[in-house]
Design a protein around this ligand. Structure first.
Ligand code: ZN
Length: 326
């Protein structure tokens, strides 16, 4: 058993008692993506699209035990838990928004504007769909060949995902198209496109924003990893997204979330570009808490908790007390 796993077990055991204690809890920002009606446990991307009954349990637990605050209030110094959704899936409106209203939970959605404009499907969804549905048993990419694909779908998906993420962003499209063709399963031309891969409609984004419960943030135009883009592509990704949001929603977005968002996916150039376009806070996917002194150009978040217990561990601040995160 790895020490990381042992630590997680310990944290999960301790979570309940720390939550019950009066220790001041730091502000945690949680990151979600899509939501689905029913879980497809066999799908390689099951972790990205949370079953709606699980989201309801998490929201109910949050509403009962924590102060759930907007990103804006958290940045102004209020303490609590902040909910964010990345990418701009339609399920944020159809499944998550009704629950947010039911439990009065403010949330922020970071949208990929090209996805909403129906110019593209997100590359990780295209890859997942190809691998989930392919009937082909052998695949080649970047000089390597994999066999027995159908019995190793999660493993092949992870390998291909890492291969695509590591290449210059301008090359992803042609490489991914090659994989889709080999799999015989391009998402864009599929007979039936699964509902959970669909983008939000602008009218839905507007309705959520007007409700006062939802803040809309930016997440690039085509979901490229910005540190791997040329200067021109970086400018295009940030400016196009910002301008479209301003044009469609009548106000410029204040907040931005980096696609992929690890420490390697941002640098001085990406930071300067975002600052130039007026973003006052930029979020990553590195784990950590929001504190007064946190760098507003790299605000950490936590991934989607698997259950209420894991949520308690995160929101209690226990990982910080144990020195595991900032
Ligand atoms: Zn994303």
């Amino acid at each position: 058993m790895s020490s990381g796993y042992q630590l997680l077990l310990l944290l999960r055991k301790m979570g309940g008692c720390v939550v019950a204690s009066k220790v001041a809890k730091p502000t945690s920002i949680l990151m979600f993506h899509g939501v689905v009606e029913t879980a497809d446990k066999g799908a390689v991307d099951a972790g990205l699209h949370l079953p709606v009954d699980q989201l309801e349990k998490l929201f109910a637990h949050l509403a009962q035990n924590y102060s759930v605050i907007s990103l804006q209030d958290a940045l102004a110094g209020k303490h609590g838990v902040v909910i964010t959704f990345d990418d701009g899936y339609r399920s944020n409106y159809s499944l998550a928004y009704p629950l947010a209203k039911k439990f009065n939970i403010p949330f922020t959605v970071f949208v990929t504007t090209g996805f909403l404009e129906k110019e593209l499907f997100l590359w990780h969804d295209r890859l997942a769909f190809a691998i989930n549905t392919t009937g082909c048993d052998s695949l080649s990419w970047g000089g390597s060949t994999a066999s027995a694909v159908q019995s190793r779908r999660p493993e092949i998906f992870a390998q291909l995902s890492n291969w695509l993420k590591a290449m210059p962003q301008e090359k992803i499209e042609s490489s991914l198209t090659g994989i889709e063709e080999q799999c015989g399963a391009p998402l864009a031309t599929a007979k039936e496109i699964p509902a959970h891969y669909q983008p939000l409609r602008w009218s839905e984004v507007e309705e959520m924003q007007d409700s006062g419960l939802c803040i809309i943030g930016a997440h690039t135009h085509t979901h490229k990893i910005l540190s791997r883009c040329s200067a021109d592509t970086l400018e295009f990704e940030v400016k196009t997204c910002r301008d479209l949001l301003e044009q469609k929603l009548g106000q410029s977005p204040d907040y931005f979330a980096y696609p992929n968002g690890t420490a390697d996916d941002l640098n001085e150039s990406t930071g300067n570009c975002l600052e130039r376009h007026g973003f006052s806070a930029v979020l990553t996917t590195e784990n950590g808490y929001l504190r007064g002194e946190s760098d507003r150009n790299a605000i950490p978040r936590f991934g989607t908790p698997r259950d209420e217990k894991e949520m308690d561990v995160i929101c209690s601040g226990l990982p910080k007390l144990l020195g595991r995160v900032r």
